[in-house]
Design a protein around this ligand. Sequence first.
Ligand code: GLA
Ligand code: ZN
Length: 681
Amino acid sequence: MTAPDTGNDGRLPRTGKIPYGGDYNPEQWPERVWDDDHRLFSRAGMDTLTVGVFSWSLTQPAEDAYDFGLLDRVLARAARAGRHIVLATGTAAVPPWLAKRYPEVNRTDFEGRRHRYGQRHNFCPTAPAYRRLATAMAGRLAERYAGHEALLAWHINNEYGGVCHCDLCAEAFRGWLRERHGTLDALNDAWWTAFWSHRYTDWDQIEPPSALTEHWRGPDHTAFQGITLDYQRFMTDALLGCFTAEKEAIRVHDPDTPVTTNLMGAYRPLDYHRWAPHLDFASWDNYPPPDAPPTRPALAHDLIRGLKDGAPFWLMEQTPSTTACRDVNPLRRPGELRLATWQAVAHGADAALYFQLRASLGACEKYHGAVIGHAGRADTRVFREVAALGEELAQLGDLTLGARTPARTALLFDWDSWWALEISDGPSRLVRYPDVVHTYYRAAREAGADVDVVPVTADLTRYDVVLAPVLHLIRGDLPTRLEELTRRGGTFLATFLTARCDEHDRAFPTDVPGPLAGLLGIRVDEWDARPQDVIQPVRMGESCHDARLVFEIVQPRGAEPIATYGADFYAGTPAVTRNRFGDGEAWYVATALDPSGVDDVVRRVLDRHGLVGPYAHLPAVETAGRVTPAGEHLLFLLNHAPAPAHLTAHTAATDLLTGKRYARGEPLALDPLGVAVLRPR
Ligand code: GLA
Ligand code: ZN
């Protein structure tokens, strides 16, 4: 793999306002329709079109034939209208001729079945034919369009993901393992192969984990966590290798234009922290499940922002109205699109793009929402909402571009811990990493704190509070950096199942919680896991909360109990502890507290640093701060309730969306699903 060429600060496309537009597939339409499209784009305030995402079979109809005629006309048409192009390399869906000629390019699944041609995201990441042809396509496109007046950014591939289990990948995995472990002794040690007679004496004996080898009952049940973890890391790197190869090919012809690929938020199969240094800027596709609370997309926004050290990101896709891929696809209610888009901007999005601008007439996405429906009308509710939003976003001009989030709270997010926890046999398969992470994130956000969701390698010196929910694996110098945080007065919070194992998922040969035991001032010898319906009452001061799933039995070794279990043989022992360490505190929550319990703990932690926000008593009102490059602190207010919210302005401010001025202490009403962007004055 090549070294990242942008460092972590990256490089965003330069625009004078929030780019607005989205995925556009004019190749599906006769060219006379394009004029209608552009007329409608103008009416909707759209200035940015993502093109070419699925056009490989057109741009290269045969191995030795390239045809960029259509793309030339698409770009020329956009340039004539003064619109920007985000140009995709189109390598996420291989053309039929390629799969036929090089069958090894088709993926092999977890059960070992070599697939035949079909669908998309269907390429083996290590197949040389795929790498060669995808890279050649990226290079050709860059050669042709570098410097084009419409070109704003490069969009490599599309939603990289999935896994391949073919023989080529097995061989590449062995090579990757040699690089990672160096010797078979080191590998045997890392994987703990004395267990079940697995000692490897030749690299060739190593089989990738699959249904035919170490797994049973699917990808989460493995006999060797170390092997499966390494395969997940390897697959992350293999797909990343496809990205960096295309990026290099682009860079040969175009040294400047920013390059990205559209990520998928908290997507388990790929460790995006390994990708981050290679992206010029981060972008992602936001399709929250219909029943998700607003803190779910918020968490994903903050995670994506955390990839580039807090730099703004792009919202590359969202539906203006409805998805098609779910069994049941609810419609976004009036106002919901606007609220979701402002939420993205509030969390650091510097672009707001849709999938898709005009709806397909055929195939599996024909019912997917679009700005322009099958009939090509502008007088639909969806079009009107999209156009009104375009106008509203344009009102901000360039004010929010480049603005940073002033977070004093960090939440550590770690793919290794996610994988390790969910492929672990014991203590409980009911503990789901994103759920616990979300519970803590939600508590901090609803208390009004801005939160950076960051990797364990992040610089922690800028934070007052660091939250580490179920951080199962601990590696590197993290324990030392957490001690430094606490020593200088910060607050650290960890939960059950944190710091259990090293980077290879081997338990520490010490007391639990391993290298954090001293900082947390506790020792855990036993833990009890129970079914979902078993509730353990936890008493915290005057209040009582429910706890579930895992109950660790904590022996204080310097820490003081903050809450205690109320039942079973460990009744009266601590469920939550606090250890004073230097000038700060280290908290431990030994069980899966219900949301009100987590609120209770997290608000006490935030309160110590004055981080509970002025509207924390209104759970439906989300607040998020951004500091503009000029140093102005903007505060976004987002009312997620279908009823009005009545606030009292916490400071003298102007709402940038209405121009209304508020004195400090003056009533401020938000409409149902309403938004305000407060600029202090
Ligand atoms: C993804 C893809 C798009 C489209 C949408 C539909 O985000 O990138 O091509 O399939 O989903 O929701
Ligand atoms: Zn493969």
